[in-house]
Design a protein around this ligand. Structure first.
Ligand code: ADP
Ligand code: ZN
Ligand code: ZN
Length: 822
């Protein structure tokens, strides 16, 4: 593990008199702690204790706190002269909790992404499973009649007996911490105290709490408590137990419920929660068994062979939209399971994959677990533990599921492998595709990257022969890919009041109308939520920028407010312009709210549903919207790029991309690639059933190569031109990138720090530096942002630059292999 120069590898900031100095190397262990500590910590194992195995959890003192960490294999680095090491308080696992290779995966990823290893630990492992360090000790039945031991050990036991339960921290406060660890260990070993197992394992099945009425609202105790009386009456009227959320919506507070429960007027009922997968899947439906096509069979066989051979292997499943990639994933998972292995299926976003989850559940039933951030920590740790104990065959989830603790991992599938959501935008900024590759290598597993629009990185790797390509060239049966038609906006007349902008071109309306008249469904994509991208003052041009982000706020008619899409801050829509007082404020441009309004005007008879971030955040979320569209309750699906991702709706035949140019003008070298991917993926949503599909692509730049290639649905020719551009300008895949970003309240401050950063690494070999320059998003959340883009052909040279930047007095935020340069 490499550490930033100057960071010591000691065990926390505080030096206490109870610590021990020792040069006994064999008794020192390296511990990975869930903190921002920039390296591994070193602790001592008392001589009477056996050394814990690598991957076991240990509870250790860290400053004034007690933390749970993982034992890292190998010798800890020698501690700097004079460092006082502290002792491990308790070894929590006799068997490794996680494998050596898993621990190694976390520390290697931390190194690679210049992140504190604890950040990766926290991203990977549910918090509950790392909370044992704060666990309380309770007396056992033996302790009650036991003859109390001498000295501190006896004092600890008495304290635990009298208080019923006490944490090590509490014991330390009362009795002092000198010798405390040893005393607790003696008591644990003698079976006089224990840590309640649920605190250690934290794997209770998830439950839901509900509340049931037991008394009557006429109870005399409530005579002066109108709130409680009303709450009880509400519950009684329901005639069934209700959840806390339901009651809160009815105006009953948690405090009121607690008060009622205390008087036994309300009973608290805990019930085991039904399987989580159901909530994230579309409603079940009967499907005929699928006979793989020859191309699918060849792909499945290639993966199966690699699985049987054992050891690491990688494949790019390059299959056009609707070619049946999912079938290949499922068959490959089946093969892995038949060989006694387990699999991970990564999806870009769980809420947008309910169709896929339905198919996975239909195939593997309760032997599959979902792991995602929508789970409570208790649910997540329960699912995690099922995986760790080998009780599931497969785990499905977004990027963090790459850390699913499967002991017999055989296959990692990455669906829609080109999606940038696989890279985490916040710290730790890991890319789960890279982690998956490292993990497959370390655990001898097969990595299968599936997509219709391979990233340029994967495309080049396939061309170089580093990533074998499995091709699904066509849709199964006689189904053709959708025909794509350019609708040139330049010849189109705008509606009065639309400032020259066109939302629906005449040809697009004609195509949509055709679909609705034939009883088919249509999808309309507009890549902007809210009503309009800006509210403009007609007299002076004031555009209501977010004060802390310097971008125009988006006008949302729902709630009548101006929302900053970058920081989430909003203000009520003003009546008049703050600069000139004019009351003529006009929404300019289009968002999904305005799209829905226009759609209703054009097609008043057609029931529609909207899918964007706002809709996904509402009750029922994306799954409900997608289920409505699948059932036909909605004949049209309107929304942002969320409507273009992976869905399989056989009755959808027409799709309109209203503003194909929106992404093109992004100041990012990947803007052409993103545009090509979006349009191609969108085109892939229609014509998946019996009837052919047609796609209208509205653009003012039909000759742009990304648009032209997407219209032709020709990935190879797009890649040809795009790779030439990347090579000429030295962008990935022909270089590796490191984005360093400095922020400050004042611009000159950020600029000075960035210039110092550039000077610091200017002498290093094999680097090309771009900047420093203000970031495209120059100001965000009140901070100015200045960035330096570091490029290199050599990963080692880039790593050296990162380490150096990280050790500066004003270290930048570092993003390795960035997916966004904003
Ligand atoms: P992709 O993920 O490549 O876009 P899907 O796996 O969603 O494609 O498959 C598209 C549609 O084709 C699905 O409705 C699926 O059931 C169907 N399908 C897949 N393979 C076959 C096959 N071999 N024969 C018939 N239909 C198939
Ligand atoms: Zn004005
Ligand atoms: Zn803002």
């Amino acid at each position: 593990m490499t550490r930033p120069p100057g960071s010591s590898r000691t065990s926390g900031p505080a030096r206490r008199p109870d610590t021990v100095t020792s040069d006994d190397v064999a008794r020192r262990i390296a511990v990975l702690l869930p903190t921002g500590f920039p390296g591994l910590a070193t602790y001592l194992i008392p001589s009477e204790q056996p050394l814990p195995p690598a991957g076991a959890r240990v509870a250790v003192p860290f400053g004034p706190r007690l933390l749970t960490g993982l034992v890292v294999p190998g010798e800890p680095d020698p501690a700097p002269e004079g460092t006082v090491l502290r002792e491990v308080l308790t070894v929590l696992d006799e068997e490794p909790f996680l494998s050596e290779s898993f621990v190694g995966l976390l520390t290697r990823a931390a190194d690679y992404y210049f992140a504190p290893p604890g950040e990766l630990l926290r991203a990977a492992v549910p918090a509950r499973l790392l909370a044992a360090g704060t666990a309380a000790y309770v007396p056992t039945s033996r302790a009650v009649g036991a003859h109390p031991p001498e000295g501190l050990t006896g004092a600890v036991l008495t304290e635990v007996l009298t208080s019923g339960r006490a944490t090590a921290l509490e014991l330390g406060e009362r009795l002092g911490s000198r010798g405390l660890g040893k005393a607790i260990r003696l008591l644990l070993d003698a079976g006089l105290v224990r840590i309640p197992s649920e605190e250690l394992r934290a794997a209770r099945p998830p439950t839901t709490r509900s509340f049931a009425a037991r008394g009557s609202a006429d109870d005399p105790r409530l005579a002066r408590r109108p709130g409680q009386r009303k709450a009880l009456a509400t519950l009684a009227a329901l005639g069934r137990p209700a959840s806390g959320a339901e009651l809160r919506a009815a105006g009953v507070s948690a405090g009121t419920l607690a008060a009622l429960a205390k008087q036994s007027l309300v009973a608290v009922v805990e019930e085991e929660r039904p399987a989580d997968a159901a909530a994230h899947a579309l409603p079940a439906r009967a499907t005929a068994p699928i006979e793989p096509t020859a191309a699918q069979r060849a792909a499945i066989d290639a993966v199966a062979e690699a699985l049987e051979r054992g050891g690491e292997a990688r494949f790019l499943l390059d299959g056009v939209t609707g070619s049946g990639k999912t079938e290949v994933y499922l068959a490959a998972l089946e093969r892995a399971i038949a060989l006694g292995r387990q699999g991970i299926l990564l999806v870009p976003e769980i809420a947008l994959a309910p169709g896929l989850i339905r198919r996975v559940v239909a195939r593997f039933g309760s032997r599959v677990a979902l792991l995602h951030s929508g789970l409570s920590d208790g649910e997540r740790s329960a699912a995690w533990e099922r995986g760790r104990r080998g009780e599931v065959d497969a785990v499905v989830g977004p990027r963090s599921a790459v850390f699913a603790p499967l002991p017999r991992l055989g296959l990692i599938v990455v669906d829609e492998a080109h999606e940038s959501s696989y890279k985490q935008a916040e710290a730790p900024r890991y890319d789960s595709r890279t982690v998956a590759r490292v993990r497959a290598h370390g655990e001898g597993a097969v990595l299968l990257l599936g997509t219709a629009t391979p990233s340029m990185e994967d495309e080049q790797a396939a061309r170089d022969g580093r990533l074998p390509r499995l091709v699904l060239p066509a849709r199964p049966g006689s189904r053709e890919r959708a025909r794509v038609e350019v609708v040139d906006l330049r010849g189109e007349a705008a509606r009065p009041g639309d400032h020259g902008r066109v939302l629906f071109a005449a040809r697009t309306v004609e195509l949509l109308r055709g679909a609705f008249e034939r009883g088919e469904q249509a999808i309309v994509l507009l890549n902007r939520r809210g009503f309009s991208p800006a509210l403009l003052c007609r007299s002076c041009g004031h555009d209501f920028r977010c004060a802390s982000c310097s971008v125009a706020r988006t006008y949302h008619r729902r709630g009548e407010r101006l929302l900053c899409h970058y920081c989430g801050d909003f203000v009520p829509r003003p009546r008049a312009c703050p600069s000139c007082g004019s009351e003529v404020l006009m929404p300019v441009g289009f968002g999904t709210e305005r799209l829905a309004e226009r759609f209703e005007e054009l097609f008043p008879e057609v029931p529609y549903a909207v899918l964007d971030r706002d809709a996904a955040a509402r009750r029922g979320g994306a799954v409900r919207v997608l289920a409505d569209f699948e059932s036909g309750a909605a004949q049209a699906l309107l929304g942002t790029q969320m409507v273009a991702k992976g869905h399989d709706f056989p009755n959808a035949t027409v799709l309109a991309v209203l503003d194909a140019d929106a992404l093109l003008s992004f100041p990012d070298f990947r803007s052409a690639e993103r545009t090509f991917q979006l349009v191609t993926q969108a085109a892939g949503r229609v014509g998946r059933g019996e009837r052919p599909g047609i796609v209208a692509v509205q653009t003012a730049r039909p000759e742009h190569e990304a648009i032209a290639a997407a219209v032709a649905q020709d990935h190879a020719s797009f890649a040809e031109g795009e790779l030439r551009f990347r090579r000429a300008f030295g962008y990935p895949p022909f270089s590796h990138l490191l984005l360093a970003l400095w922020t400050a309240r004042e611009l000159p401050e950020a600029e000075a720090a960035a210039r110092a950063g550039r000077v610091a690494i200017a002498g290093l070999p094999k680097l090309r530096l771009l900047g420093p320059a203000p970031a495209p998003l120059e100001r965000l959340k009140g901070l100015y942002r200045v960035q330096l883009l570091v490029r290199s052909d050599s990963r080692e040279a880039l790593a050296a630059a990162g380490e150096l930047l990280r050790s500066l007095p004003e270290p930048p935020r570092l993003d390795r292999d960035p997916q966004s340069l904003l």
